[in-house]
Ligand binder design. Structure first.
Ligand SMILES: [Zn+2]
Length: 304
C-alpha cells in the first residue's frame, strides 16, 4: 500500500520529468546583487463543490491566511517557527509572499477567490491540462500574480495526489525538466485542499509544507535528487547529491558518501522533517526572479 501510494505520489507531485538525456554542466550562477526582500503577490482560488465556507474544500479565510504565513516562515527561516534552522547552509531566501490587495482591474481584494467548480460547465475546447481547466473557473494573469488553486480532490486522493506546479523559463540547467504551461497559457500551483495549511490529516503532509515545496518548483528549484544522476542532480552544490527520491525521515548516506539533507523542502520527506532551503537554492530562486519573464514581472506587480 505504501509503495503504491509512494509511486502515485511521485507521478503526481513531481512537476519535473526525471527522464533526461545529456548531463549539463553545473551553472555558474551570476551573483544576485540585491539583498532586498522581494515581495510576491499571490492569489488563492478556492475551487469547491458548493460547500459552505469553512466546510471541506471551501477552506476558511483563516486556514488560507495561516498557510501563507507558514510559507513565509519557511522562506524567511523565521526564528521561533518551524521554518527556522541553524544549518550552516540554511538560507533566509529574502523572498516573501503577500495575498494580493488589488485584483487585475485595480479593485481592492483579499487575494482569496471562491468559485464553484462544475466540471460540466467546461467548454469542449479547453485543453486537457489541469491548469487550463482550473483557470477557466478562476485565474489572474501570471505576469502579475502567482496563482494558487485549492483543488477539491476527493478523499481517496488524500496522500496520493498532493500538488503540482508549473516551472519557469530561466535558461538555467535543469529548467527543461519542469512542467511548462502552454505559450502564454495558464500556470501556477495546484494543491489538494486536504494538504493546504495546517490540519489533522494523517500521512505527514499536514503542516503546510506542500505549498513551500511547490513554490520552490515555481521559482525554479528541482527536487534534491534532480535528474537522479549523482553528477548533475539538482544543480545546487550545497544540497548533497542523492540518486533516489528522498522520502526517509532518518539520516542516511547518498552519493559520494555524503549524508542526505533529509530536511530540505525539495524532498518528499514528511512536513515535520522539512525546514531548509540552502543558500544555493536561494540564489537559484532569486536568479529566476531576476531573469525569467513571468517571474521577474511579479516584482513590479500592482497586485500589492
Ligand atoms: Zn516536487
Amino acid at each position: 500500500m505504501k509503495k503504491i501510494s509512494l509511486f502515485l505520489m511521485i507521478l503526481a507531485v513531481m512537476s519535473c520529468n526525471p527522464s533526461d538525456d545529456a548531463p549539463e554542466p553545473t551553472p555558474e550562477l551570476p551573483n544576485v546583487p540585491s539583498e532586498e526582500v522581494l515581495k510576491l503577490p499571490v492569489v488563492v482560488h478556492v475551487l469547491h463543490h458548493g460547500e459552505e465556507e469553512g466546510d471541506g474544500p471551501n477552506l476558511s479565510d483563516e486556514q488560507i491566511i495561516r498557510q501563507i504565513e507558514i510559507l513565509n516562515e519557511d522562506f524567511r527561516r523565521k526564528v521561533g517557527t518551524r521554518g527556522f534552522n541553524d544549518h550552516p547552509d540554511g538560507a533566509d531566501t529574502q523572498i516573501e509572499f503577500v495575498l494580493a490587495t488589488r485584483d487585475p482591474q485595480g479593485n481592492s481584494s483579499s487575494g482569496i477567490i471562491r468559485e464553484e467548480l462544475v466540471i460540466e460547465d467546461l467548454p469542449e475546447n479547453i485543453p486537457n491540462f489541469e491548469f487550463e481547466r482550473y483557470a477557466y473557473f478562476s485565474y489572474w494573469n501570471a505576469e502579475d500574480y502567482i496563482n494558487i488553486w485549492v483543488a477539491p480532490y476527493p478523499d481517496e486522493l488524500t496522500n496520493v495526489l498532493l500538488a503540482k506546479a508549473t516551472g519557469p523559463d530561466s535558461g538555467l540547467p535543469g529548467d527543461h525538466l519542469f512542467l511548462k504551461p502552454f505559450a502564454g497559457g495558464a500556470e501556477g500551483i495546484i494543491i489538494n485542499w486536504a494538504h493546504f495549511g495546517e490540519s489533522d490529516v494523517q500521512g505527514g503532509s499536514n503542516l503546510g509544507r506542500t505549498l513551500t515545496h511547490e513554490m520552490g518548483h515555481y521559482l525554479g528549484l528541482l527536487h534534491t535528487w534532480g535528474t537522479t544522476e549523482c553528477e548533475t542532480n539538482d544543480y545546487c552544490e550545497d544540497t548533497p547529491a542523492v540518486d533516489k527520491v528522498v522520502v526517509a525521515s532518518q539520516p542516511y548516506t547518498g552519493c559520494n558518501g555524503e549524508e542526505v539533507m533529509i530536511a530540505n523542502y525539495m524532498n518528499y520527506t514528511p512536513d515535520a522533517v522539512m525546514n531548509i532551503f540552502t543558500n544555493d537554492q536561494a540564489v537559484r530562486m532569486r536568479y529566476v526572479l531576476e531573469n525569467s519573464p513571468r517571474r521577474n514581472s511579479l516584482l513590479n506587480s500592482s497586485g500589492i
